[in-house]
Design a binder for this molecule. Structure first.
Ligand code: GTP
Ligand code: MG
Length: 149
């Protein structure tokens, strides 16, 4: 099944929303196979947002993502990449649908609570920024037969 990279950003961490965000992922039936608590290093932050290097908000973005504890995760499931993108909602919380993480928990584009990979290649790339291969678990979730036909 497909793997994606998801991260609870420092704003959501400071607001005590780790459990809320992780719960939504678990309750959907997705499987957590990697998870850490860490403050991203400068190098990790720059690598994470390399695609936005030329944007005017790049320095603020890297400054923010490295500003304190965050929770990077590897999440597995059928169609996990687009599924989690739909669950987190539009980049700008002002445009995010109610029911999404950003539509329920955030107000500002620069403090939008959560990151999720947007394609298979970015998912693999982002996972490797935060996880070694041996830090990702392989196991059966005991409700898998009830989550998938
Ligand atoms: P991520 O999951 O964090 O990658 O968000 P995204 O994929 O929905 O958006 P994108 O990759 O385009 O942008 C990355 C991050 O940069 C966003 O989460 C925002 O926090 C920030 N960002 C994007 N566009 C803007 C902008 O126009 N202004 C500001 N201040 N921040 C922006
Ligand atoms: Mg993005």
């Amino acid at each position: 099944r497909e793997r994606t990279f998801v991260m609870v950003k420092p704003d959501a961490f400071q607001r005590g929303l780790v459990g809320e965000i992780v719960s939504r992922i678990e309750e959907r039936g997705l499987k957590l196979v990697g998870m850490k608590l860490l403050t991203p290093s400068r190098e990790q932050g720059e690598e994470h947002y390399a695609e936005h290097e030329d944007e005017p908000f790049y320095d603020d973005l890297v400054g923010f993502i490295t500003s304190g504890p965050a929770v990077p995760m590897v999440v597995e499931g059928e169609n996990a990449i687009s599924l989690v993108r739909d669950m987190i909602g539009a980049t700008d919380p002002a445009e995010a649908e109610p029911g999404t993480v950003r539509g329920d928990l955030a107000l500002d584009i620069g403090r939008n609570c959560v990151h999720a990979a947007d394609a298979p290649d970015t998912a693999e790339r982002e996972i490797s920024i935060y996880f070694d291969a041996d830090e990702i678990e392989t196991y059966e979730r005991n409700d898998e037969g009830w989550v998938y036909e």
